[in-house]
Design a binder for this molecule. Structure first.
Ligand code: 2IP
Ligand code: CA
Length: 379
């Protein structure tokens, strides 16, 4: 299944390109950042364009994967529904058509006849992405398409994507918010067990090229199945094993009791706040933080599947925090890892796919144990 990895890297690059075009092209950018003012129709429409950009990216990935791997159609899931209602009250299902012109016509019907925006978006969807340099040619991945499912997050950290603050990233430093937090996430899991086995992360806004002022992206990938564990990044240097010196990245909206417990464990300067669930896990993958702790069920399968696969390839993982706090540590540790194949049937809508128990993303089991010990009895 090295072909699947190559394809996902390619479609993720295409997705990143659509994300960049939506910010670069004035008619699309205006739709993206328009303030929610005016009458109800306008409010709804503005909301819809952000969602439409997401859906278009998601459907493009679904389309390209389905063409090459028909066995996977029906097992490619995303954050968004592709059913829209336009300003005329008509229901439109957004899909990627065979030609750019057909896609443009379909998009114009959702964009209430805005042919300029629809054509720009259709052109980006049908464009071939730049070739991606990767070392995947010699790779043999022992997986069959009929045993796999996919989770797509077309753009994680949409609020940062829309706000669009530009940061210059410094090698080895975590930058808490800005365009670089927006990520395309594509994760592959085993239908049987729900284990994440392959992940591709594309960061569309990694650096701004001074020669032409255009944004350039960066991609990361990992495969973890059986004895095969391979990641585009080398494992970062080992961090501290216990307590002081361990660094944790959190959401700024994290509970006070978690902030306090982790301050006692890590020290105040080692607690870092950052936007984007995917970006926070990427920080752990890159070694910019040792762990990401989240006590709420505010992330979803599409947020964590791809980066989880990369962490597994590096010897770490992502566990359900609540389950982990309840279980006595030991041989059953792997049972607390997040899985991706089963919906929570007690919930409705997106909540069926929430990571309800919160999570801890880690590279090192000893560090995970320190975090869990520090939070025992506090939540
Ligand atoms: C969001 C996004 C948010 C994150 C939230 C995700 O996904 O990554 O930033 O919250 O959990 O579901 P926080 O930044 O507080 O961690 P999306 O942008 O796709 O809705
Ligand atoms: Ca998300």
């Amino acid at each position: 299944m090295a072909e699947l990895l190559k394809l996902l890297l390619r479609v993720a690059e295409k997705a990143a390109n659509v994300a960049r075009v939506c910010r670069q092209e004035a008619p699309l950018f205006q739709l993206l950042v328009q303030e929610k003012t005016g009458d109800d129709k306008n409010k709804k429409f503005v909301q819809d364009f952000k969602t439409l950009a997401d859906v278009v990216i998601q459907e493009m990935i679904r389309h390209d994967v389905g063409v090459q791997f028909p066995e996977m159609v029906g097992f490619i899931h995303g954050e968004e529904s592709n059913k829209f209602e336009n300003g005329l009250g008509e229901n439109v299902t957004v899909t990627v058509c065979a030609t750019e012109e057909e896609t443009a016509t379909l998009l114009a019907s959702v964009l209430d006849g805005d042919h300029i925006a629809a054509s720009l978006l259709a052109r980006a969807i049908h464009q071939n992405p730049a070739t991606i340099d990767t070392d995947t040619d010699s790779l043999t991945v022992p997986l069959k398409p009929s045993e796999l499912g996919i989770w797509i997050d077309p753009i994680d950290a949409t609020s940062q994507y829309i706000e669009g603050r530009e940061e210059v990233l410094r090698e080895g430093h975590l930058s808490p918010s800005g365009l670089h937090c927006a990520l395309v996430l594509i994760g592959v899991y085993l239908r049987d067990t729900g284990e994440p086995v392959m992940g591709v992360i594309n960061q569309p806004f990694n650096y701004k090229d001074p020669t032409d002022g255009g944004w350039r992206g960066k991609h990361f990938w990992g495969v973890s199945c059986g004895d095969l564990n391979i990641c585009s990044l080398c494992p970062p240097k080992r961090g501290p094993e216990r307590g002081q010196g361990l660094s944790a990245v959190l959401s700024s909206s994290e509970k006070q009791v978690v902030k306090e417990s982790l301050t006692s464990l890590c020290g105040p300067e080692k607690l870092i706040y950052a936007s984007g669930a995917g970006y926070k896990i990427l920080c752990v993958i890159q070694g910019l933080a040792d762990v990401y702790v989240l006590s709420e069920g505010s992330t979803f399968k599409w947020d964590s599947c791809a980066p989880h696969a990369l962490l597994r390839a590096l010897g770490g993982g992502v566990v359900d925090l609540t389950k982990r706090l309840q279980s006595s540590s030991g041989a059953q540790d792997h049972l607390t890892e997040l899985t991706y194949h089963q919906a929570n049937t007690e919930c409705r809508g997106a909540d069926r796919w929430a990571n309800h128990g919160g999570l801890v993303a880690y590279r090192d089991c000893a560090q995970l144990r320190s975090i869990v010990d520090a939070l025992k009895g506090k939540l």
